[in-house]
Design a protein around this ligand. Structure first.
Ligand SMILES: C[S@@+](CC[C@H](N)C(=O)[O-])C[C@H]1O[C@@H](n2cnc3c(N)ncnc32)[C@H](O)[C@@H]1O
Length: 220
């Protein structure tokens, strides 16, 4: 991704060095201590929604797919603008076979699907705001989802949400640094961008995080 692209900052920090400590630092420590959203139930949620033809957008280290992968076969595509992420996650998931695709979810996706499930886990808070601008990502997912497929994921909400003082400080720091762009993201805004592309939307708040699922995409 070109450094001038508004979405550049949200994916640039996932270097091999950060990816090597990400699971421990972010998914084990910060998820619980800062966002009050422990990771084991998120793995369960991922497992519950996972379909046979699955697209993971912004897979990070591939942690959730690794933990949730069922004994039966899956067809998995990993999509991310950052080649270091794709290489790391594909290596972690080996010898299970995955396709990788270097692409930006804010642009029309260079794949046709249809996928039974699409994960967008902890990605929306990295995309450039304000929140209505993130609707493009949801639209692009809806375009590659099967009519009976599911989009699911979670996102850290911005300052309007219920945070601890410590979480607010981390939010401000990450937004200053550029990895997050979500200071004004709220639950209603999330519902609005999901309902612009899907008829059925469910949102559950856990600590600072909104977990969502969306089914029944509007006809295209
Ligand atoms: C916070 S990590 C989440 C990783 C993983 N999904 C998880 O839940 O652990 C954000 C991921 O989104 C990716 N990402 C950021 N901007 C993106 C964009 N515009 N399109 C697709 N992926 C993006 C990053 O490269 C990274 O893999």
């Amino acid at each position: 991704m070109h450094p001038d692209d508004p979405a550049y900052a949200g994916q640039a920090e996932y270097t091999p060095a950060l990816l090597a400590v990400y699971d421990t630092l972010v998914l084990r420590l910060m998820a619980r201590a800062v966002w009050r959203c422990p990771t084991p139930p998120v793995i369960e949620r991922y497992r519950r929604h996972l379909g046979r033809r699955h697209l993971d957008i912004g897979p990070g280290t591939g942690y959730f797919l690794d933990k949730a992968w069922p004994p039966t076969g899956l067809e998995v595509t990993l999509l991310d603008p950052n080649p270091a992420v794709l290489a790391y996650a594909a290596r972690r998931l080996a010898p299970r076979k995955v396709c990788t695709l270097e692409a930006d979810v804010l642009k029309p996706l260079p794949i046709s699907g249809p996928y039974d499930s699409v994960a967008l886990n902890y990605v929306l808070h990295c995309l450039p705001g304000p929140q209505p601008r993130k609707a493009a990502a949801i639209r692009h997912v809806a375009a590659v989802l099967a009519a009976d497929g599911v989009l699911f994921g979670g996102t850290v909400l911005g300052l309007p949400a219920h945070h601890t003082p410590q979480a607010r400080a981390v939010l401000r720091m990450f937004n200053r640094q550029g990895g997050f762009d979500n200071l004004t993201d709220d639950q209603q805004g999330l519902r609005d961008i999901l309902e612009a592309s899907f008829r059925t939307v469910e949102i559950e708040l856990v600590g600072s995080v909104a977990h969502f699922s969306a089914t029944d995409p509007h006809p295209r």
